[in-house]
Design a protein around this ligand. Sequence first.
Ligand code: OAD
Length: 247
Amino acid sequence: MLEEIANIAKNCRRAAVLTGAGISAESGVPTFRGKEGLWGKFRAEELATMDAFMANPKIVWEWYNWRRELIGEVEPNRGHYALVELGRFFDDYTLITQNVDNLHRLAGSTEVLELHGNILRNKCVRCNRVVAETVEIDPDNIPACPSCGGKLRPDVVWYGEMLPEGVIHEAFRKSEASDIFFSVGTSAIVHPAASLPLSAKRSGAVLVEINPERTPLTDIADYYVAGKSGELLPELVNLLDQLSAGD
Ligand code: OAD
């Protein structure tokens, strides 16, 4: 099936990719759902919300520091690198991620639409000013915003919060303009991100899903490839390279 997808992709000018936690699973970052998922161990509404932060900023920061530490120890995998390479085959290529782990950037993707923010950045809980990258936070002594004195929080989207407006707008625009759309390693249930592949397909894109498990998107996708992104994406890039060499 990958051969067929490569043959179609070869004739597409514009591509968009949406990634979820599954792309980072092979790097050792836990996904959100599933047996070993983060949300299985912690209750999201107790940690990833503004109410939680207002009630107990220390616990919320301890959790984010733990996640930062975990992410600091891992590296991008072959899937992240393949998504850098995939861009070579299209005139217009957009990488959209729900992940906050920064691994696409570390792999070399320079332009990434980060729908849910980036865990390495901090911002002010009051005035939203992004303060500095990778400032370490002591949960017992949370630094104050230099502008307004509000507490610093991680620059990620919490439950009940809107996505960064410019970013989600651009993600829809590029998805709808794409000729081929890849949904990779996402359970495709959290909206509005999960609407992107649907919107792309409705606008005429060929929809490809890569995931070891079926999702609500699987029956709608034109091609569903069951497997790991760290294995399938490099294979797809190889096939495209072979096709290009044959031209
Ligand atoms: P999930 O944890 O919901 O889903 C991860 C998906 O990755 C599952 O469908 C797995 O089958 C798949 N997967 C696992 N290993 C894989 C591999 N090696 N290759 C490819 N796929 C693999 O994560 P997301 O869909 O990213 O939001 O979750 C969406 C959002 O829910 C997150 O961004 C987060 C959470 O609430 C916020 O924090 C705002």
